[in-house]
Design a binder for this molecule. Structure first.
Ligand SMILES: *Cc1c(COP(=O)(O)O)cnc(C)c1O
Length: 347
């Protein structure tokens, strides 16, 4: 028992199952079913040829320049990370001290709670209402409250909180509000322009979902530059490597690839939503690359297990008092059709 008490007593975040390549159809961790832009692979080959004997650029400048151009923001408002999980860690370490409070909605991304626990901080989980909207307490100041996390679109529901509500929420809170936009590229809107308007709003992004680069590990955030300055002190000196910076820069600049990919996934998302509703599931309208599926009578776990035996992995999630359900990632049309047929067979 040498580890800190907080660590000994915490459960630890458990990521979705990662079977060996080719062993299963993965509809469980919201990865993109399509291959990333060819420009990404070219960029990686080019930097490899130049060699890897030097440290990378500590702030990921080429990516910051490209993203600043794409989103029309100042590059000092961007911080790069080793996946957006690294960004979320940096945020927690920067803003939340031992014994202080971090707020998150429930059900949402469970990692936020683990980050609070590692920090020796407390996590306050406030339940969404039945329409997946936030309860009034979510906006209320509280003793020790130092950071609020809100995935938008949310996981596992795929639902969104409207932009005017986000701004109102940030204005009422006494601390920064992190809007985790891991899925915003699949949504109808994003909140990037709110960052300049309100210093409490911080937006996090990842290349794992919408850019087909979960294996690369690259995420970033937008915040006002005085906050980015503080976070730079907290991050690892070289938290992004030369390969990922080059690849991420090429990815973010290929807007045509992103548009085509989004169009395909949104069409398949409709196919999945319609199909699941036809099978009797309740499915909230999703603005992400997955759907949340709750059947009013059938138990979910046996369906998950049946699918797994058939080589289809979906995510079974059990949020105790909030109920359980199946989160299914949008794959290709063929994968979704096959998955729907198997669920019908299981039911
Ligand atoms: C997938 C996901 C992330 C993590 O993205 P990485 O960049 O792969 O670390 C962050 N937030 C939410 C809500 C996610 O679903």
């Amino acid at each position: 028992m040498y580890a800190r008490t907080e660590i000994e007593s915490m459960a630890g975040y458990v990521p979705g199952e990662q079977p060996k390549p080719g062993e299963a159809v993965k509809l469980n961790t919201n990865e993109n079913p399509y291959r990333a832009s060819d420009r990404v692979y070219e960029a990686i080959r080019t930097v490899c040829e130049a060699g890897l004997s030097r440290y990378p650029n500590a702030l990921g400048e080429p990516f910051r320049e490209a993203a600043a151009e794409v989103y029309g923001v100042d590059l000092n408002m961007i911080l790069c990370g080793n996946g957006s999980d690294d960004i979320l860690t940096i945020l927690t370490r920067t803003f939340v001290g031992e014994g202080e409070l971090l707020r998150l909605p429930r059900p949402s991304y469970i990692l936020y709670k683990s980050l609070a626990e590692i920090q020796g901080a407390r996590a306050e989980e406030l339940r969404f209402d039945r329409y997946w909207q936030l309860p009034p307490e979510f906006a209320q100041p509280k003793e020790g409250l130092k950071l609020v996390f809100l995935p938008n679109p949310n996981s596992p529901s795929g639902t969104v909180i409207a932009k005017n509500k986000i701004l109102e929420l940030a204005e009422q809170l006494p601390c920064p509000l992190v809007v985790d936009e891991a899925y915003a590229d699949f949504a109808e809107f994003n909140c990037i322009d709110l960052v300049a308007k309100c210093e409490k709003i911080i937006i996090t992004r990842t290349l794992s979902k919408a850019y087909s680069l979960a294996g690369l590990r690259f995420g970033y955030l937008f915040a006002q530059s005085h906050l980015v300055e503080q976070m730079v002190k907290v991050k690892d000196s070289y938290n992004c490597d030369t390969l990922s910076i080059a690849a991420a820069t090429a990815a973010i600049l290929d807007r045509d690839w992103l548009r085509d990919n989004r169009r395909k996934l949104l069409a398949t998302r409709k196919r999945l939503t319609d199909g699941m509703r036809q099978l009797g599931f309740h499915v909230p309208d999703s603005q992400a690359n997955f759907t949340w599926n709750v059947h009013p009578t059938l138990p979910h776990k046996p369906i998950y297990e049946f699918l797994k035996r058939c080589g289809y992995l979906v995510r079974y999630m059990d949020y105790a008092e909030c109920g359980d359900g199946l989160r299914i990632s949008v794959g290709t049309d063929e994968q979704v059709d096959e998955c729907l047929a198997l669920i019908e067979e299981a039911g």
